[in-house]
Design a protein around this ligand. Structure first.
Ligand code: ATP
Length: 341
């Protein structure tokens, strides 16, 4: 592998900056409408301009990437733009385990992997008729919180669902997954697992700022009641967090159980970056409502390293750079097959 490519969105800047720092040629698959933005950054060596990011599967893109001996770094945009079968059909080598991305996109497979990892997870509800308490209705795939809503009864669920159907945001019940709402302090735990060393690195924590739900907290309760709004959980940005040191032991234990479970269920396992997403309760117990089996955008915070990566590396180490470093080491050891699929 001599170059690193990714889609122009999500965490592309961090990924390609890290790749450049590790000595790779960098390639951006970029929609024409975003070219102006990305041209501002000199560490991007080559642009493959497309009308739609789905063209990454096409012959033209594949052959440019092949000529450049490139590996694609998958991120949230790849998952939200393409279905699992399309991702699996991409000819260019993909960093990590592309088969596990299907487990991220399908809510039922996702739940299975979390159960196998012995993570504490919120109960999922098979039908809206079982709602009795606060639940969140979520769309399948990485919708980034758009069109998600809360309900405490079946009637409220139906009312909100129908409004979103009218607005064209959801199609119907089959589009929605119901889960108990987990109350607590949200935390998105970022990890990197190296298949080459067998070591799990804890890389950082972030919180998300989500619209409209976080903005609602800024207005008084009476006004919240008066606004006719179904607040969504659409991510706008991320902010940093450090955890009480006493929580770290369990952070590693959860990450290790996830890596072990992935080895059993989805060969070759969880290679590279992943994220466990959830909330801490008042006893410091973590409930995981979601995982991402690839780099998350929350790592964009730590382009110069995080309070945790600084404990492992004596140089600024972003997640993007860590990925490039893994590819470089694998290449030098002739073990690329361990880090790409
Ligand atoms: P991504 O792929 O970007 O992680 P997603 O579309 O898969 O997003 P989730 O992370 O599952 O969506 O949910 C989006 C947001 O909804 C979360 O960041 C969180 O604020 C809230 N959320 C989801 N599930 C729960 C839950 N069970 N309890 C409390 N909050 C939740």
């Amino acid at each position: 592998m001599s170059s690193i490519a990714t889609l122009g969105s999500h965490c592309a800047l961090q990924v390609l900056k890290g790749a450049k720092d590790e000595g790779f040629k960098t390639i951006l698959i970029c929609e024409k409408k975003r070219e102006k933005l990305y041209r501002r950054f000199r560490f991007i060596d080559e642009f493959v301009l497309v009308d739609s990011l789905n063209e990454v599967m096409d012959k033209r893109c594949s052959s440019i990437l092949k000529e450049n001996n490139a590996v694609i770094i998958p991120h949230g945009t790849l998952i939200s733009q393409m279905n699992s079968t399309e991702i699996e059909s991409i000819k260019t080598p993909i960093f990590g385990n592309k088969w596990i991305l299907r487990w991220e996109s399908d809510r039922n497979m996702k739940e299975k992997l979390m159960v196998e990892s012995r993570l504490k997870i919120p109960r999922s509800l098979p039908s809206p008729s079982e709602i009795n308490g606060l639940v969140i209705a979520k769309r399948h795939g990485a919708a980034g919180g758009k069109g998600y809503f809360l309900a405490t009864s079946e009637e409220e669920y139906i009312k909100k669902r129908d409004k979103l159907i009218r607005e064209g945001i959801v199609k119907g019940d089959s589009d929605l997954y119901l889960q108990e709402y987990a109350l607590g302090v949200s935390a998105y735990l970022q990890y990197f697992y190296s298949e080459l060393t067998g070591e799990l690195e804890f890389f950082g924590v972030d919180r998300r700022y989500e619209s409209d739900i976080d903005g609602l907290g800024r207005i008084p309760a009476q006004d919240q009641i008066d606004v006719d709004l179904i607040p969504s959980f659409n991510v706008i940005g991320n902010s940093p967090l450090v955890l009480r040191e006493s929580l770290l032991e369990e952070v590693y234990a959860m990450g290790e159980r996830f890596v072990d479970a992935a080895k059993r269920l989805v060969a070759p396992g969880m290679t590279g970056p992943f994220c466990l997403e959830g909330v801490y309760d008042e006893n410091g117990k973590f409930t995981t409502f979601e995982f991402s089996a690839r780099i998350v955008a929350g790592t964009n915070l730590y382009i110069d390293g995080s309070p945790y990566s600084a404990l492992i590396y004596d140089e600024p180490m972003s997640m993007g750079r860590r990925i490039a470093r893994e590819i470089k080491i694998a290449k030098n050891k002739n073990q690329l097959d361990k880090v790409v699929t």
